[in-house]
Design a protein around this ligand. Structure first.
Ligand code: SF4
Length: 359
């Protein structure tokens, strides 16, 4: 069923569909900390955290974030490093940087308040159509759709639509359909759709028997639930062999600040380099380290292996230990010595945390 117009179906069944979803949501919604009120700041932070991260993980991060940065003003005035530290472990760190930038724009242009229109919200750094729609509908009940991955999946199935949900054109078409479906209570309707996708119409094994709209679901009627949604693979994930250095001196370990460009930009980590196939194991990081530090280092062997999967890259990391005679501090600020047994102020991403060994 390709490129069909679902609007006649929405016209005929849209009210029943929205009504069933709203009733179900009122009775089944999860009790989540960002649902305690309609504060746009809290909703915005939760929405950004929920992109790519499970609800169970987000809850603690969200509660801590609200204690550290309770207002837009507090976030705008914080050090970037402090914001990255609060984000440590959530991944996709550019999201955290953009939060702070958007908060600064709100301080300058909106007196420290969240904008009240969809168009203004969309102009803020890091905010796309989904986040703008979610915040504006949930906070102010504005009639705007919020189409995330959950909604794309639910729509593919309800309308038995096998267009590729990774395609921008499909997303636009689904936004159009979501708009046509929107009842007056957009605040709860948008949340109901997302909640259905997160808890009932899940990627694998949707629980159609518990679904409030199963009688209106076209995929269920034709037993195609498990064939949908269609998502074509785009970019391949590239595996990389990486060598990492654990440089120790006097119970302290060397960390370096990563460059402002590329993967894990501006975060801290152990020295790391892509393995040079022409060199013996461990020599790529050895040579890099001596060049970087300007002193001799003593390799003491391989100590750990770990893997970390990013969206387009997988690091297969081998950690090598090195001893050094003194705590070198080259004449630039990107080097620190930390005690790995204690909580540090430096945001260390999960990829590097996987390598921490206490020796
Ligand atoms: S009936 Fe099944 S496939 Fe259809 S929307 Fe409900 S859970 Fe999803």
């Amino acid at each position: 069923m390709k490129n069909i117009d679902h609007l006649p179906y929405i016209e005929e069944h849209g009210k029943a569909l929205a009504g069933a979803l709203l009733t179900w949501y009122q009775q089944n919604k999860r009790d989540l900390p960002w649902r305690k009120n309609h504060d746009p700041y809290r909703i915005w932070i939760s929405e950004v955290m929920l992109q790519q991260t499970q609800v169970d993980t987000v809850i603690d991060y969200f509660n801590r974030f609200m204690v550290t940065f309770p207002t837009i003003e507090a976030l705008a005035g914080a050090d970037e490093e402090q914001v990255l530290k609060a984000w440590e472990g959530l991944g996709y760190y550019s999201r955290a940087k953009r939060l702070k930038q958007a908060a600064q724009v709100m301080m300058l242009d909106y007196d420290g308040a969240f904008p009240t229109t969809y168009a203004e919200t969309l102009k803020l750094p890091g905010i796309g159509p989904y986040t703008a729609g979610a915040v504006m509908s949930i906070a102010y009940n504005l009639p705007v759709p919020a189409v995330d991955g959950n909604v794309l999946r639910v729509f593919s199935r309800v309308f038995n639509d096998d267009r590729d949900i990774g395609d921008m054109k499909t997303r636009k078409a689904f936004e159009h359909m979501a708009k046509a479906l929107l009842p007056e209570d957009s605040r709860h309707f948008n949340q109901a759709l997302m909640e259905l996708g997160a808890t009932i119409c899940t990627p694998k094994n949707p629980r159609c028997e518990a679904c409030p709209i199963h009688a209106l679901c076209r995929a269920k009627a034709s037993l195609r639930q498990k064939d949908l949604p269609v998502k074509k693979k785009r970019q391949k994930n590239i595996p990389l062999e990486m060598e990492v250095a654990l440089v120790r001196h006097d119970h302290h370990t060397l960390i370096v600040k990563r460059s402002s460009e590329g993967l894990l930009a501006d975060l801290w980590g152990f020295p790391i380099v892509k393995r040079d196939e022409a060199l013996q194991d461990g020599m790529s990081i050895h040579d890099e380290l001596e060049e970087f530090l300007g002193v001799k280092v003593k390799p003491t062997g391989e100590i750990k292996k770990a893997k970390h999967v990013f969206s387009h890259r997988t690091w297969h990391m081998t950690l090598y230990a090195f001893d050094i005679d003194h705590k070198v501090r080259p004449h630039f600020p990107q080097v620190e010595w930390i005690d790995l047994t204690k909580e540090s102020d430096f945001p260390l991403p999960t990829a590097f945390k996987k390598l921490i060994v206490h020796m």
